[in-house]
Design a protein around this ligand. Structure first.
Ligand SMILES: [Zn+2]
Ligand SMILES: [Zn+2]
Length: 343
């Protein structure tokens, strides 16, 4: 009887094990192929690709990670800001991490830089063939030096474990490039590779000084990223006729309501923080006003604060924007991609 049971088990289980093993391998192969195909097509595409990897702000948010945008055009891959969760999202979207060209930083608040160590490591581990270039305003050297110091031990373990041949120590770490802007009203061209041009411009996120935004151009398309800022007279000028304008906006009424309730519930620290953040960000209506003045085609609202879930909260966040801007308004969501055909 025991032998019969064993034989039955053998014939029933073995084929299913064999099947699941080959099935497993073919699924892995499929995933690898899909990943490689997507990466190759992004790098060889004649379009400008923009990926919104993080549309939220520092408050805990189930559906939105912190700031990060990827721009891929002409085989060049730029990341703008890397807040917490951004590198995970970059990998989940199968972006060509090992081929990253540079990281641009708007400012050094934690919600914009805290994934830098992870970006350095992940892009190196996926084959980056040089150190990662990091561009940012004054202060970028201090931030990059700090990350390099913190990750030096990790890099040494990886090289020791996988060998100099496969994880060369000369490619680990980041190199800072400080962007100087003499005229606060002008955008400065600082990057030009394979037809992708990038300008940097000053914004107003005081007391964070300097804080900047970026303007990209590729084959006639213009993409502008505001960075964190209040409404400035320069922004509509720089965003003029942009095809895509990713603009930060926090819903100040909702934030002030949190401040009020926090005070009533004996949490003066949170109450104070909520009140303070309203003075160095824009409202969604102000973002829409800039888009209107600049004549942009598509406005994408990012840095969505507070966390909004559900129809009514979203409607409240967008309240009044329709009246301020005639073009298309998109409430930013993580993992959204935009493709701009050459003109
Ligand atoms: Zn900020
Ligand atoms: Zn921020």
């Amino acid at each position: 009887m025991k032998i019969i049971v064993q034989a039955l088990l053998f014939f029933l289980i073995l084929p299913s094990v064999a099947f699941s093993q080959s099935n497993l391998e073919s699924r892995i192969r499929e995933n690898f192929e899909k990943r490689l195909k997507k990466q190759a097509s992004l790098l060889s595409s004649n379009k400008m690709h923009v990926f919104l990897l993080g549309s939220g702000g520092p408050m805990p948010n189930k559906s939105r990670d912190n700031s990060g945008v990827a721009v891929i055009a002409g085989g060049v891959f730029i990341m703008v800001d890397v807040g917490p969760g951004i590198v995970k999202n970059m990998n989940l979207l199968n972006l060509p991490a090992g081929k990253i060209s540079a990281l641009f930083l708007t400012h050094f608040h934690s919600d914009h830089i805290s994934d830098m160590g992870e970006l350095d490591f992940q892009t190196w581990a996926q084959g980056r063939d040089r150190k990662l270039d990091v561009y940012g305003p004054e202060g970028v050297k201090q931030v990059v030096d700090g990350y390099n110091m913190a990750y030096r031990l990790d890099a040494s373990y990886r090289t020791a474990h996988h060998s100099e041949e496969w994880m060369p120590s000369k490619n680990a770490g980041m190199v800072p490039h400080t962007l100087n802007i003499s005229d606060p009203g002008e955008a400065v061209l600082f990057f030009n590779r394979n037809g992708l041009k990038a300008w940097v411009f000053k914004v107003n996120h005081s007391p964070v000084k300097p804080a900047v935004g970026y303007r990209f151009e590729y084959r006639g398309n213009v993409v502008v990223i505001s960075g964190d800022t209040v409404k400035t007279p320069t922004l509509p000028k720089i965003a003029r006729n942009a095809d895509l304008f990713l603009c930060e906006a926090i819903q100040k009424e909702m934030v002030m309501a949190i401040s009020k309730v926090a005070k009533e519930m004996d949490n003066p620290l949170l109450s104070r923080q909520m009140r303070d953040i309203t003075d160095y960000h824009m409202s969604p209506v102000e973002a829409a006003e800039i888009a209107e003045e600049a004549g942009v085609k598509k406005l994408v609202l990012v840095h969505v604060v507070p966390p909004i879930e559900g129809f009514f909260a979203k409607r409240k966040y967008l309240e009044g924007t329709d009246n301020a801007f005639d073009g298309e308004i998109i409430l930013g969501e993580d993992m959204t991609s935009f493709e701009l055909d050459p003109k």
